[in-house]
Design a protein around this ligand. Structure first.
Ligand SMILES: [Fe+2]
Length: 206
């Protein structure tokens, strides 16, 4: 018994030119990082194509083709979503947020500085990612931690900042000095992109 899956292959996004000229994160590091992202896109397409031919009648929680494909599909899709956020909101000049995001950070963390320190600590404590996300049920921002591409923190939350702390993000430039890489991440954030997302998602200020 085969499953019926309809899907369209997707293509990786190109790197914005500004990503090749970051302050403190080298072009070589960004280009290598982007190649990993392209790999997630290719594997997402490959897995969905193979799922179309997987035997649903043989599905088994110990081992089955269906299980293997579905488990790793989440890793591939997580890798795509996380990196598209990451690359999209870098290329700016960091500094202090303004507009809607400044209001939201002040409301939920007390200040942008307090948010930054909390995200920095979350990133130091993570093995994969730290995200600032708006939880639509709790109606507030929170800095969540995920140890892998597919360890999403909670359902019904919308990420606005995605800090990649996998070693591939910084080892070329900083070896094991993750803290300095996190400083560079903040210094290259593009707040206008984050504000666009917050407005598009209509994150409420009340
Ligand atoms: Fe990454």
């Amino acid at each position: 018994m085969a499953l019926i899956h309809q899907f369209e292959a997707i293509r990786p996004r190109e790197l914005k030119p500004a990503l090749l000229e970051l302050d403190g994160i080298s072009r070589a590091s960004v280009e290598a990082h982007h190649r990993l992202y392209v790999g997630y896109v290719n594997k997402r397409n490959e897995i969905l194509e193979r799922l179309a031919g997987a035997d649903a009648g043989a599905a088994n929680q110990v081992y089955s083709d269906l299980r293997a494909l579905k488990v790793d599909l989440t890793f591939a899709i997580g890798g795509i979503k996380n990196h598209e956020l990451y690359f999209e909101h870098l290329g700016g000049t960091g500094g202090e947020p303004d507009g809607l995001v400044a209001q939201l950070l002040a409301r939920d963390f007390g200040s942008a500085a307090a948010w930054r320190e909390d995200l920095r600590a979350t990133g130091m404590a993570a093995r994969g990612w730290a995200w600032t996300a708006y939880d639509w049920d709790e109606r507030r921002l929170f800095n969540y931690l995920g140890d892998a591409q597919n360890t999403f923190p909670v359902w019904n939350a919308t990420p606005l900042v995605a800090l990649d702390v996998y070693e591939h993000a910084y080892f070329l430039d900083y070896q094991t000095d993750r803290a300095s890489y996190i400083d560079a991440f903040f210094a290259n954030l593009d707040w206008s992109v984050v504000n666009d997302w917050a407005q598009r998602y209509r994150i409420p200020t009340t």
